[in-house]
Design a protein around this ligand. Structure first.
Ligand SMILES: Cc1ncc(C[n+]2csc(CCOP(=O)(O)OP(=O)(O)O)c2C)c(N)n1
Ligand SMILES: [Mg+2]
Length: 916
């Protein structure tokens, strides 16, 4: 029985035996129902039984009988033709300019292959997807001037030529602009970036999508963040919808699917995914042997999404009508994607033979149709009416996100050399024959002669704003609130940022109390959040380590955002620090989900542009699971010009005592330094944080023209004595990356120690040993940012490179260090590459100490000795450097190394008990 079911339908709805767990109130009635099914099976075939069962299920669902739903349905459109709404537009006019857009998009890419330029591009993706965009842009997607605030559209990255081509017809871009495709700096007036890069086109693109898999995550969190803004009463986003255009190949990225449950549990009915299912990726079929649309349907429905399949165009309706036994549907269900692709890679005769010809019943269905007519049985993703119906249904759906699975043909309209071919993704040039075919197919009024004149540079087509079709097109956009895509980065109200005086208490000596910099950050933010206006703008984002970082104290007051509120009594209800969730909660508690946390950071950190509201995300995570795990997303955050704070907590290769190789971070500062949007700091003391954080907010949002900076601040879990800020603190030096913390005194030899983060603690120990045991005094510099110092040096060197007539301006770090005599020693809790990054600008002998290699589980002392970044090792390094400069006897250093056992980590062992 089970086998038969599988054979016939491919679906298992209810697992064997489930019903036996349910109490049967009326066995007699049950038997009657079962017997009628048995009776039906005796007189009819399986197909009939299946049909009736599906009808019953449908009816039960309609009557709200709570049943498990089917995860996958027949390979047909989800919305029956009879329930399609009227298409409100003028299809013919819309088709006119859709064709011109297709033409111009392809011609732009083709012209970009002209000799001497040859910069690549993609033609086929947009050609196949254009109706999906056009129906949206003509009827659904709201621009920024819409009273509701406008929608957010994530365009498929390599479909960008279509958006440029549309903007050309809209009069937003010129021919000159199109010819600058992919020549951003070499062309005089600048060119167009290959893909949606807000950084490259800050008034046009909003969402960087081309690193596959980021778009789906970012769109989900954009929708979640929109609801958050709304639920917290910061902005009414109820009329804003997020649309994400994605590729079916892209859906293989774990990131694409990995967060879809978040969309369902957050009931994101303000989110629609449109997956362009052309059944192909870059190299070939996505699922040659299977059915990607069916797979995605099951996957999304299982996760709680509303799924709408748009598979067949209207031409098929008559065939379904003529086939009451469902032979065609059965054939559609069993035909695999590789074959569907091949059908469209050939012609009508091929489709007749290889598709309809598979069964006598289906062959008969098309016996009166010509091959040409068969060829024109379109895919649903190319049919305005079917797409319109799906989009409208998506907007009407409440309590769930929607995914639209649209069946399309890659390279549609470009002719036999392109359509459905495996190589189509990478084809960028059209032959003269291709051009002529394409021109004719798209009804573009350009003559053969014009094409023959210079087939490498065929003309664009734009009939101008007075052409009735263009007028219609512009009218549609006006009605919907303006052009898309569009980004507005300057419409937020600047924030008034409290000066450092507000945080005076964090600049005091902590006395007997030892405070880790992580705790200092939590306390500083707690104070900043007291500010009436600023307070509500903070978006604390935490994966699942609030307790580790001491942030559970925020739960009761700020509360954890949950669109459903808290429908249960928390187990710790009676405690002060009870776990509190609320609809208007402020904390974004993402669960063990760094990828989603960064996506949230991006949505919040770009709200100043997307929503015109400056919000300040502060995302705190294990520093090991930041840049290393989600570096690509943080790169995209830079592209999108996000602003906010990233806190790499539990930083350092030796500080998170006892944890091992996978937890101990000695390189996130190196990784962070590779991201041009990121300004990283490795503060040693709480007072440094009290200066850095308000300055960061000021830089981001203090003016209407704030800087696109992301602050990455490493913080530690080692409780330390926090000194008071020195009276003569060089505040500008602190922000630029270095200042003198403690000056050398005494007559003996002196050296200079550059220390950052928790490395300062070892430096302080070395200072004491050197002073007390060796008569050596130290200038102790606190390096708040190695990477900012290095950037400053590089920038100044570059000026000199470009103009050899000038001497390089002095790097800031050189200026500071020149005031003292060498040698210099740099130390931190990171790998050597971090302090080494400023070597070029250190004016003298420079030794760097660092924790290179994998971390391991041990005590801080043991690990620091092992890596030679402890106070004793630093002492020896200083003595050796002084010896090299002839300022102390080398033997002193040799003896010190022996005395302090700097090669012996076991010498630091403190764990022996009395009994041993
Ligand atoms: C993370 C990542 N890996 C690889 C690529 C290169 N790439 C660009 S497009 C593409 C194929 C896309 O196929 P699909 O998502 O089905 O889009 P289609 O063009 O078929 O609509 C690939 C592999 C990329 N952009 N990002
Ligand atoms: Mg594809």
């Amino acid at each position: 029985m089970a086998e038969n079911m599988m054979d016939d339908s491919n679906y298992v709805l209810v697992r064997d035996g489930v019903a036996s767990y349910l109490h049967d109130d009326d066995p007699e009635e049950t038997r009657e129902w079962l017997e009628s099914l048995d009776g039906l099976l005796e007189t009819s075939d399986m197909g009939r039984a299946r049909f009736l069962m599906l009808r019953l299920l449908e009816r039960a669902t309609a009557k709200r009988v709570p049943l498990p739903s089917l995860t996958s349905t027949d390979y047909v459109n989800t919305i029956p033709t009879s329930l399609e709404p009227e298409f409100p537009g003028d299809e013919d006019i819309e088709k006119d300019y859709r064709r011109w857009i297709r033409w111009n998009a392809a011609i732009m890419v083709h012209r970009a292959q002209r000799p001497g330029i040859e910069v690549g591009g993609h033609i086929s993706t947009y050609a196949g997807a254009s109706p999906l965009y056009e129906v949206g842009l003509n009827h659904f997607f709201r621009g920024k001037d819409h009273p509701g605030g406008g929608d957010q559209i994530f365009f498929q990255g390599h479909a960008s030529p279509g958006m440029y081509a549309r903007a050309f017809l809209e009069g937003r871009l010129t021919e000159e602009d199109l010819d600058g495709f992919r020549q951003e700096v070499s062309r005089e007036n600048g060119g167009l970036p290959s893909y949606p890069h807000p950084h490259g086109m800050p008034e046009f693109w909003e969402f960087p999508t081309v690193s596959m898999g980021l778009g789906p995550m970012d769109a989900i969190y954009q929708a979640r963040f929109n609801k958050y803004l709304h639920n917290r009463g910061i902005k009414d986003t109820s009329e804003q919808h997020v649309w994400a255009f994605l590729g079916d190949g892209e859906m293989d990225e774990p990131e694409s699917r990995g967060l879809i449950q978040t969309a369902a549990t957050n009931q994101l009915d303000n989110l629609t995914f449109v997956i362009n299912c052309n059944l192909q990726r870059l190299d070939g079929p996505v699922r040659g042997n299977g059915k990607i649309i069916q797979e995605l349907e099951a996957f999304f429905r299982g996760a709680g999404w509303n799924v709408i399949k748009v598979i067949w165009g209207r031409e098929w309706d008559a065939l379904f009508e003529a086939d009451p036994d469902g032979n065609l549907v059965k054939l559609m269900n069993h035909t695999v994607d590789g074959d569907y692709q091949a059908f469209k890679g050939h012609d009508g005769a091929y489709v007749r033979e290889h598709f309809f010809g598979a069964t006598p019943e289906t062959a008969k269905l098309v016996e009166n149709m010509t091959d040409e007519e068969i060829w024109h049985l379109h895919r649903g993703g190319h049919d305005y009416r079917k797409i319109y119906a799906a989009y409208q249904k998506a907007l009407e759906t409440k309590g769930q996100p929607t995914v639209i699975l649209a069946h399309t043909i890659k390279g549609y309209g470009l002719g036999r050399n392109f359509e459905g071919k495996n190589a189509t993704h990478q084809m960028k040039k059209l032959t003269l024959e291709d051009l002529k075919y394409f021109r004719t197919k798209q009804h573009v009024p350009i003559s053969d002669e014009e094409l023959e004149k210079n087939p490498k540079e065929p003309p664009y087509y734009n009939p101008g704003p007075d052409h009735p079709s263009i007028k219609y097109m512009l009218e549609r956009r006006k009605e919907l609130g303006g052009f898309l895509p569009e980004r507005r980065g300057h419409r937020y109200e600047p924030l008034t940022v409290p000066g450092p005086e507000t945080l005076k208490k964090h600049m005091k000596d902590s006395g007997k109390q030892k405070v880790a910099t992580t705790m200092a950050v939590v306390r500083i933010f707690k104070d900043l959040m007291r500010d009436k206006e600023l307070g509500e703008r903070f978006v604390p984002i935490i994966p699942d380590e609030a307790r580790t970082f001491g942030m559970d104290s925020w739960f009761p007051k700020l509360k954890i955002y949950n669109p459903l509120g808290q429908q249960y009594t928390p187990v710790d209800d009676d405690l002060m620090l009870s776990y509190r969730e609320a609809v208007d909660g402020q904390i974004m508690h993402e669960g063990i989900n760094e990828a989603g946390s960064v996506a949230e950071f991006i949505a919040a950190g770009t709200a100043y542009a997307t929503h015109g509201v400056a919000m300040i995300p502060m995302y705190i995570f294990y520093s090991m699971f930041g840049f290393q795990r989600t570096g690509d997303s943080i790169w995209a955050a830079g592209d999108q010009m996000a602003r906010g704070f990233l806190f790499g907590a539990t930083a350092g290769r030796t500080t998170l005592t006892g944890e091992g190789l996978q937890h101990l971070d000695g390189h996130s500062l190196t990784l962070a330094s590779t991201n041009p949007a990121v300004v990283s700091y490795d503060p040693a003391f709480a007072y440094e944080l009290a200066y850095l954080i308000p300055r960061g907010i000021e830089r981001m949002y203090g003016t209407a023209d704030g800087e696109n900076v992301i602050y990455y601040i490493t913080i530690y879990n080692q409780p330390i004595h926090q000194p008071a800020a020195p009276d003569d603190l060089d505040v500008e030096g602190l922000h630029k990356g270095i200042y003198l913390y403690d000056k050398a005194t005494g007559d003996g030899p002196s050296a200079n120690l550059l220390a950052s983060g928790v490395g300062m603690q070892s430096a302080l120990k070395a200072r004491d040993i050197l002073r007390d045991d060796y008569g050596v005094s130290l200038n102790l510099f606190s390096v708040t940012s190695w990477s900012e110092l290095a950037r400053d040096g590089r920038a100044k060197d570059r000026v000199a490179l470009r103009d050899p007539s000038v001497d390089p301006e002095k790097a800031f770090v050189t200026e500071v260090l020149e005031k003292v005599d060498g040698p210099y020693i740099g130390v931190s809790d990171f790998e050597c590459a971090v302090p080494d990054s400023i070597r070029k600008w250190v004016p003298g002998e420079y030794t760097v100490l660092g924790a290179d290699g994998f971390g391991f589980s041990d005590t801080r002392e043991g690990a620091r000795r092992y890596f030679n970044i402890d106070g004793e090792s630093i002492t020896v390094a200083v003595l050796s450097a002084l010896a090299r400069e002839g300022k102390v006897d080398r033997e002193v250093a040799v003896q010190a190394a022996k005395d302090m056992k700097i090669t012996d980590a076991t010498a630091t062992y403190q764990g022996a008990t009395q009994d041993h």
